[in-house]
Design a protein around this ligand. Structure first.
Ligand code: 5GP
Length: 116
């Protein structure tokens, strides 16, 4: 895994702006710049974990915190009962483009399955 940071480090440090909708000590949630649904938020850990392959026992707590953040946010915006999709793309076949793990939270319309 490359040691270089990504644009998400600069969003965490507030060096570049983002529409932040959720924040706690472990997790940041902000609107995706290129939304694929009426509600499209990225939930990221406040430490850099490059890909899903890099999740391990040392950083696993951050992943659990991301799931809790998603649950809290879905309830807060009233989409928990309607439903939503969470997605984490990994590497080339998964079409991951930013190498700092992020959970896409998609909601606000009927989502198609399979995704293609
Ligand atoms: P991936 O393809 O890696 O799963 O998703 C990366 C996501 O990050 C894309 O949906 C893309 O639109 C979003 N993204 C990339 N750069 C920025 C940025 O600077 N700000 C925001 N808010 N989203 C970004």
């Amino acid at each position: 895994m490359s040691e270089a940071g990504t644009i998400f480090d600069k969003i965490i440090s507030k060096e570049i702006p983002a529409e932040i909708v959720y924040e706690d000590d472990y997790v940041l949630g902000f609107k995706d710049i290129n939304p694929q649904a009426p509600i499209h938020v990225l939930f990221i850990p406040k430490i850099r974990i490059a890909t899903h392959n890099d999740i391990d026992v040392e950083n696993l707590d951050y992943v659990g915190k991301i799931h809790l953040a998603v649950n809290n946010y879905a309830k807060q915006i009233g989409e928990d009962e309607n439903g939503y999709r969470i997605v984490m793309n990994c590497n080339g076949n998964g079409q991951q483009t930013v190498f700092h793990i992020h959970m896409h939270f998609l909601a606000g319309r009927q989502l198609n399955w399979p995704p293609g």
